[in-house]
Design a protein around this ligand. Sequence first.
Ligand code: NAD
Ligand code: UDP
Length: 387
Amino acid sequence: MAGGRIDLDGNVIKPMKICMIGAGGFIGSHLCEKLMNETPHTVLAVDVYSDKIKHLLEPADLPWTGRIQFHRINIKNDSRLEGLIKMADLVVNLAAICTPADYNTRPLDTIYSNFIDALPVVKYCSENGKRLIHFSTCEVYGKTIGAFLPEDSPLRQDPAYYVLKEDVSPCIFGSIEKQRWSYACAKQLIERLIYAEGAENALEFTIVRPFNWIGPRMDFIPGIDGPSEGVPRVLACFSNNLLRHEPLKLVDGGHSQRTFIYIKDAIEAVLLMIENPTRANGQIFNVGNPNNEVTVRQLAEMMTQVYSKVSGESPLETPTIDVSSKEFYGEGYDDSDKRIPDMTIINRQLGWNPKTSLWDLLESTLTYQHRTYAEAVKQAMSKTTAN
Ligand code: NAD
Ligand code: UDP
């Protein structure tokens, strides 16, 4: 386990101290787990919540005790942040508001969280000569060029019009009143700032653009471990519908396309970045699975089948219903039409490829959802009926 790790160029990897901001979230929890289980590195875990990493923090006799330390800090207003960054060899910044339901309804919080709150992190890294791995998003690409072609144009089938490439593709957002793009725009500006710190002040950075990473512990189930009126990302929305035996809601027909990647495959890529700084520094990496493309409608159909298999329950006769985006998300929603990551750069620099098929990743994730939530949902529903 610990010690004896070799990087991609055959060099011994020295144990690092990693300041991980947003460590208590979905991606952070999986990254902490991987670092504790498979490496000798130490983590200073910063977040306002710790529920998703509780199993790594206690009891006191865990094999990695002493290698992970939780700091309950809101990075908006806590002077301890700079001290923690100074103690670290590497900073990984995951902290963000990153659920689409917030982008058009809480655009100020979204912009502050994804741009303003990240500024001190970038500044402390630059001033103290610390390496930074910053989490951006595939959403910085916005819409594809192909989305603007006529419906029947044969060019829509040409990958040059839809595959998203870090060093070539433009960032195409909607108009200002489409507040959906507040998130993508804030992420784009912080990417540009980090890139400029690299160019002008020699900041060692890596930017990660996740393409729909999904798996256990993603978001929350409304009314169980999150607000009843909350709207999480699609995996948790559809899981919630399946757990409650209600139809899955397809926004604007469910025509948008996404590529989904299993969190465990994606975390392998992040570990390669952490342990191969000479190959990862100065790079922007797409991290996704181009082979797992579906429309949201197809995702709903597949999740319905997989859930039936893992729960033993028969699917509803009408498993999906259509809702308008205005009804579901409110004014100012807009959508990315299609997201296929180009993998050339991450293949070349890190030799990384995703492995898990959509069916397999849904099977393990929905098994987790069923095991974790089915009983609690049943109890919450019977309480509501009794009242
Ligand atoms: P998440 O919401 O589960 O995790 C984010 C964590 O940051 C949360 O635990 C939250 O409490 C913490 N945080 C937010 N503001 C904070 C603050 N002011 N101080 C301290 N902690 C704070 O989200 P995630 O899916 O783990 O995403 C992590 C990063 O990856 C984000 O930057 C997100 O934009 C990016 N990303 C993720 C995906 C994906 O597929 N999951 C896709 C695109 C981008
Ligand atoms: N979506 C949907 N029903 C839901 C939740 C989401 O049809 O209950 C759609 C949403 O409109 C988008 C896609 O699913 O087209 C993915 O949404 P998600 O919230 O996961 O984030 P995104 O990929 O847009 O960043």
